[in-house]
Design a protein around this ligand. Structure first.
Ligand code: C2E
Ligand code: CA
Ligand code: CA
Ligand code: CA
Length: 273
């Protein structure tokens, strides 16, 4: 009844978020070097060879140090900054693929995350087209990982955009597969090349029969439909061995390695392949 309790920590939190937003805006506009890609290997479990990597963004904040996406992706999405951030991530990824040309790394496939918000952007397809011309790379070396597929009303639009992106030559992966509601319709209607089984299923395959059944089913289905199937979040040798026995194509997770800065990633590839 008329009493307002001023919660200091809440106010401070808003301040923090606003400062972080300003800092991000500044970085994207004036100092894109603060945005750095880390690389997590994707490995063929039958021979332990690295066939590619997922690019995962980090923000080298001048005061706060290295920030993981949990600290700023939501903020970027709610403020629209995900568009310039996403473009920087794409450019850095292409630059990397370009630099790897003619080296021992040239066959690596680089996966890049795209947020749902980027998909709603009319400029995405033209951007992806012009980047191929600008960097003169084979778009087949880039795999775009897409997660939440926006709202149901967007499905038609998304399918059209995906077809056009696919026709440029990019590969397309469905990320966090199994957590959405119409996953099977995606498989039928979306021109995808790869399925990534969500970590929440992988986590439980050592003890839980339902997860085992689901994972086996996804792998079997992917093979029949001729998609590449990747297990994410693999942490133990037992998980790796199980997934290998089910016929998974690729494994990603702390069992092999965490996301690494470029130099460490390259050293790891040299040592491993
Ligand atoms: P994601 O696409 O599902 O990426 C996998 C996340 O799981 C990464 O976290 C990775 O470091 C972590 N991970 C990998 N292996 C393991 C494991 O064995 N165990 C566990 N517990 N975790 C593992 P990260 O790098 O913090 O990224 C979090 C999320 O942020 C990503 O989830 C992705 O949705 C988003 N993200 C990252 N980079 C980008 C980007 O460039 N653009 C956009 N739009 N989103 C990004
Ligand atoms: Ca991903
Ligand atoms: Ca995931
Ligand atoms: Ca994800």
């Amino acid at each position: 009844n008329g009493i307002i309790i001023f919660d200091n920590s809440f106010a401070k939190n808003i301040d923090d978020q606003q400062m972080l937003e300003q800092d991000l805006r500044y970085a994207l506009k004036n100092d894109p070097q603060q945005i750095v890609l880390y690389f997590q290997p994707k490995v063929d479990p039958t021979n332990d060879k690295i066939i590619g990597a997922e690019a995962l963004v980090r923000w080298h904040h001048p005061k706060k140090g290295v920030l993981s996406p949990a600290h700023f992706i939501e903020l970027a999405e709610s403020t629209g900054l995900i568009l310039p951030l996403g473009e920087i991530v794409l450019r850095k990824s292409m630059e990397q693929v370009k630099r790897w040309e003619g080296t021992v790394f040239e066959n690596l496939i680089l996966a890049v995350n795209l947020s749902g918000r980027q998909f709603q952007d009319k400029n995405l397809e033209p951007l992806l087209r012009s980047l191929v011309d600008e960097y003169k790379i084979d778009p087949g070396k880039i795999e775009l990982e897409i997660t939440e597929l926006t709202s149901m009303t967007m499905v038609h639009h998304t399918i059209n955009v995906l077809h056009r992106i696919r026709s440029i030559g990019y590969k397309i992966a469905i990320d966090d597969f199994g957590t959405g509601y119409s996953s099977l319709a995606y498989l039928r209607d979306f021109p995808i090349s790869t399925i990534k089984i969500d970590r929440s299923f992988i986590m439980n395959i050592e003890e839980e029969q339902k997860s085992i059944t689901i994972v086996k089913l996804i792998i079997g289905m992917s093979r029949t439909l001729e998609f590449t199937v990747v297990a994410e979040g693999v942490e133990t040798i037992r998980q790796k061995e199980l997934l290998k026995s089910y016929g998974v194509d690729l494994i990603q997770g702390y069992f092999y390695n965490k996301p690494l800065p470029l130099k460490e990633f390259e050293e790891y590839v040299l040592k491993t392949n």
